[in-house]
Design a protein around this ligand. Structure first.
Ligand code: AHG
Ligand code: MN
Ligand code: MN
Length: 301
């Protein structure tokens, strides 16, 4: 349904700003709101979930008792990469699924949405790119399906994806270079081959986390959204961006940290809390962590 809107953007009134700000303080795009409502309605009536939490909703959305709340919890970013909607660049939807944590079978609560990432039972994303691709895992490998618009079904293309241990790409918004610690500056210099041509990687930054993550998952690479002087906790949200992608990355043999800790071990304190994110090929993530730790320890400010 969201893919249908995305592919007709402009022909149907889904472009531009919605005219409100979300709990993140971000200007909501029309498609953010449409995608959010689509997921809420489509999933809220399945009887499978007891509560949903969305990037576009300040509070969790409990499933009312009369709809027979289910035993699962859905956390989601209905539309990731909103800045790219109006310029026809790939965007996506990210989802994270937990078992309900609170007793009973009534509507779920905030506590159900505040579970640690390692307890996820499923996670995945849909990317609205040159084709509409679904990637998910239920803890037994990562599987990729492509939507066949001629029959309206997702067809399995890749079973049990393994991400290359060393990647071809690094993805980071280098316009924040001045805000980073010395460690991240050094990492990016090394990825440019300044110290050793062997360490050079291709720079690719789409500005949609899902698209940058997906390319790195398949081709190998590392995505970095570090903490910086203006965003001391980073920009990306733990519960419905970092955790689901970290689950996928690890299931595909990759890694995800906040620069120090494994993303999946970070105990959430707030529903919309942000985290720095270094995610992708294990060897590259380790290299970033090691370099940043060494350099920032040495440059005591
Ligand atoms: P969203 O559109 O859901 O708010 O997410 C946008 C995120 C993520 O998709 C992307 O990696 C990042 O914002 C880009 O941020 P910068 O423009 O600061 O690089
Ligand atoms: Mn997002
Ligand atoms: Mn979003």
């Amino acid at each position: 349904m969201i893919s249908g809107y995305v592919r007709r953007a402009g022909l149907v009134d889904v472009l531009g700003a919605f005219g409100a700000r979300n709990v993140q303080g971000e200007e909501q795009q029309k498609l953010d709101v449409i995608a959010n409502e689509t997921v809420k309605q489509a999933i809220g009536f399945t009887g499978r979930v007891c509560v949903m939490a969305s990037e576009e909703e300040g509070d969790p959305v409990p499933v009312p008792a009369e709809r027979n709340p289910g035993k699962y919890v859905l956390l989601y970013d209905p539309l990731d990469g909103s800045s790219n909607i109006d310029v026809n660049v790939s965007i996506g939807t990210i989802f994270s699924i937990h078992k309900r944590a609170t007793p009973g079978n009534g509507p779920g609560t905030l506590a159900d949405c505040m579970q640690v990432g390692r307890d996820q039972i499923a996670a995945g994303y849909v990317i609205y790119g040159s084709s509409t691709v679904l990637v998910y895992s239920v803890g037994h490998g990562v599987h990729l399906f492509t939507l066949d618009p001629t029959i309206g079904e997702f067809r399995l293309l890749n079973h049990d994806i393994q991400t290359p241990p060393v990647g071809k790409f690094y993805s980071v918004n280098e316009s924040y270079y001045q805000r980073w610690t010395e460690g991240y500056r050094r990492v990016v210099q090394m990825f440019k081959g300044v110290e050793d041509p062997q360490q050079r990687k291709n720079a690719r930054y789409i500005g949609s986390l899902v698209a940058d993550f997906h390319r790195n998952l398949l081709a190998g690479g590392v995505f970095m959204y570090p903490a910086d002087s203006k965003s001391p906790k980073g920009k990306l949200r733990l519960q419905y961006e970092a955790n689901p992608l970290a689950f996928i990355a690890e299931q595909a043999g990759g890694k995800a940290t906040d620069g120090a800790r494994r993303i999946l071990d970070i105990e959430p304190e707030e529903l919309h809390q942000r985290t720095p994110l270094i995610i992708g090929s294990t060897s590259d993530v380790d290299f970033v962590m090691q370099t940043v730790t060494e350099v920032d320890a040495a440059t005591v400010t």
